[in-house]
Design a protein around this ligand. Structure first.
Ligand code: B12
Ligand code: SF4
Length: 442
């Protein structure tokens, strides 16, 4: 059996992306799926990640598996329809088909809903016997326990800053109003046994590890055990955490000891009312200045994300946030526009209020406004977001912000200039370009 696995990309992330290689790590979706292909099929597997390469319009395959997040769903559907016309069976999965299975089914022969450690091999076996079903549902409680090491050797390594992406957990215990992770898992956290995570890490070449877990400290006791076991490996690792980690200095110290060199933290807003509007409860009572001071004292650089467009954001929020991140000395700020992903409480609220203005999922890339904001116009929101990006990513601002952290300074500079490139090109991605999939044709 010949199997091809595709990860279509949104306009900004296509072909090494607008970000550039410096901040593009390898996703785990296709390499993980490739690892679950049953040996008895003796299959040949090819993977194509459109963030680093073109997806050929002619593929010699019997079955094609396509992954989709909300922002890539229209393009994933376009590929699926293209290959179905050529007589190839397509199956689809990922966060968006999990949230919108009926929609996805209109464009593919079969849909995997949820984790696919068990369902993907079953789909292939059923395909072989001509009994492929329309939908396959994960057994949420157990399927994550079946995680096997991804087949990273299938990746075009040159396209990524690292291929050592890993996952220890899936899900998150919090319920932020805009978050697709909550929409997908409803506050449940799935954890791999620490010994399995460590064993996988030991097999990785190089010194670096990047955890893609949405919130690596969601269960602090688990994290403690993981970090303790990581110390002897002497790796440098990067991951995601919530801002309230500042209240657990012992955990931060352990993190640093285990090799943590950078954390992505969702600051979301400098406005307390906006935090309430987004239900970002973890950030309440967090002193962001103290957080930055403690992180830098431990040699940890911070990639801090902010989200504009809550019902509490007025026209002054952009300028105030830019001034604030410089004062904070935030190493790598990132801005986005609040986006109502399907399945989230934000989506339900805006839908009920009749405020969703764009239903083309390609626009749901967090850099475009797809709803009617309350205190500002959609245009002010998009312009304000670009203003924040470009004002933050000019050389004087970079030099004022960036911490002189031992060892990670060169990486920190590289990432800042990659984001500068991103900021400088944001305006190129107008709606026409975002929704255009006409390049996928016979
Ligand atoms: C790598 C990554 C990216 C990469 C590539 C994503 C892609 N496929 O295009 C890049 C950097 C491009 C990216 C960009 C964005 N991303 Co992103 N990203 C991730 C991240 C961190 C890891 C993905 C991964 O490797 N997961 C591990 C694998 C094993 O899990 P999985 O993909 O879910 O796959 C499993 C199942 O879903 C299923 N499955 C998946 N696909 C398929 C296909 C088939 C055929 C089958 C059978 C099964 C199947 O099987 C797998 C095993 O169980 C996730 C968070 C996370 N931890 O998952 C966010 C995530 C996917 N991203 C998200 C978002 C919001 C974005 C952005 C909009 C914003 C941002 N933060 O930058 C942009 C927008 C891009 C766009 N054009 O719209 C959301 C998705 C929300 C949604 N409703 O779509 C996530 C879930 C993060 C979050 N906190 O909400 N992202
Ligand atoms: S803390 Fe992060 S991952 Fe968890 S629900 Fe909130 S935004 Fe999502």
């Amino acid at each position: 059996m010949k199997i091809a696995l595709l990860a279509p990309a949104g306009a900004m992330h296509r072909y090494t992306g607008n970000f550039g290689k410096a901040i593009h790590y390898a996703p785990l979706t296709l390499t993980s799926l490739a690892g679950y292909v049953p040996e008895e099929l003796g299959a040949q597997v090819q993977i194509f990640d459109e963030t680093v390469e073109r997806i050929p319009l002619e593929i010699d395959a019997d079955i094609i598996g396509i992954t989709a997040i909300t922002g890539t769903a229209p393009r994933a559907y376009a590929y699926s329809e293209h290959f179905r016309k050529k007589g190839i069976t397509t199956i689809i999965g990922g966060p968006h088909p999990t949230l919108m299975p009926m929609e996805a089914k209109q464009h593919a022969d079969s849909v995997a809903v949820g984790f696919a450690e068990r369902t993907f091999p079953q789909m292939l076996l059923d395909f072989k016997t001509g009994s492929l079903k329309d939908f396959y549902y994960a057994d949420k409680e157990n399927d994550f326990l079946l995680v096997k090491p991804p087949l990273r050797q299938l990746l075009k390594k040159d396209g990524y800053i690292t291929i050592n992406s890993m996952e220890a957990t899936r899900g998150c215990v919090n319920d932020c109003a805009f978050c697709a992770v909550y929409a997908l898992h409803k506050g449940k956290l799935f954890k791999r046994p620490v010994k399995d995570v460590i064993a996988e890490m030991e097999q990785l070449g190089g010194k670096d590890v990047l955890f893609i877990d949405p919130n690596l400290i969601a269960d602090p006791e688990y994290s403690r055990e993981l970090f303790r076991e990581m110390i002897p490996l002497k790796k440098w690792w990067f991951g995601l955490s919530t801002a309230d980690i500042v209240h657990d200095k012992e955990l931060i110290a352990l993190m640093a000891k285990s090799g943590c060199k950078g954390l992505l933290i969702g600051f979301e807003s400098i406005n307390q009312l906006s935090l309430s509007d987004m239900n970002k409860t973890r950030n309440k009572n967090v002193d962001y200045f103290e957080l930055m001071r403690v992180m830098h004292a431990h040699g940890i650089a911070v990639n801090g994300t902010f989200c504009f467009g809550s019902d509490e954001d007025g026209p002054d929020v952009f300028e105030r946030t830019v001034e604030y991140v410089i004062k904070l000395k935030l190493d790598l700020p990132r801005y986005s526009i609040l986006t109502p992903f399907p399945g989230t409480s934000l989506y339900e609220k805006l839908k009920t209020e009749g405020r969703i203005t764009d239903d083309n999922w390609a626009m749901y890339d967090v850099e475009h406004c797809v709803f009617k904001p309350k205190k500002i116009s959609a245009q002010q929101l998009e312009e304000g977001n670009i203003y924040a990006w470009t004002q933050t990513y000019n050389t004087p601002s970079i030099l004022k912000r960036i911490a002189r952290l031992h060892k990670v300074l060169p990486l920190n500079f590289m990432c800042n200039y990659a984001y500068k490139n991103y900021a400088d090109r944001l305006r190129e991605f107008d709606r026409k370009r975002m929704v255009d999939n006409t390049d996928i044709k016979d």
